[in-house]
Write a protein that binds this ligand. Sequence first.
Ligand SMILES: [Zn+2]
Ligand SMILES: [Zn+2]
Length: 259
Amino acid sequence: MKIDLHNHTTRCNHATGTIDQYIERAIDLGIEVYGFSEHAPMDFDEGYRVSFEDMGDYEADVLAARERYRDRLDIRLGYEVDWFPGHMDDRVLNADVDFLIGSVHFLEKWGFDNPEFIGEWEARDIDTVWRDYFAAVEAMAESGLFDIVGHLDLIKLFKHLPATDIRTLAHPALEAIARSDMVLEINTAGLRKPVAELYPSRTLLEEAFALGIPITFGSDAHTLEQVGAGYDQAIALAQSVGYTQAVTFRKRNKQMVKF
Ligand SMILES: [Zn+2]
Ligand SMILES: [Zn+2]
């Protein structure tokens, strides 16, 4: 079964294409479980996310599509939520959705994955940034607020790679993810970034497998062409590491399926 739970809509102001176009594309690609996970509202960086005022409309649009396409595609509703202590909101955390993806896009107020702020890397020690990043992922897992870990090693996107072994840097975070029963997404967006790799890397996915952490799949699509892009590579990586099952969510409950 093909699963893709990470897709955006125009409500985040940095994606193109309609919900219906994404759905039709997913159907053409043979995807069977398809999730929308818009950047959730937050009182920071408001321009890159749906607003609190529009949450209801976003959810209603996806649920209406779910009805419209019920015979052709199993559509799920979610949010991608920023792990950002002090800025997370109960309206999002308690939303009536199928799943919440927790993602670290900010270290303090630095949006490290935004090309606009890439200069900040020059002022920082790369290994310290990686340590801080995985400490944030660990805290996110320990919070128990989310179902899925978004793009586990996003910090690699511009190819600022640490001197320290990445397994050492990520290990406490992976242990926290295992303890929290969270699911790791294999996210294909990394393939279109300078690092040109899936998130997570094979090395980290092997570590996750050894810890018994389950997986799901997401294309992190912000354009129509990105829906399902790189899916075959994601499947091949998961299978080669030893995974045979993946997870989908309905109303925050896990469902295991063969992929
Ligand atoms: Zn985005
Ligand atoms: Zn993200």
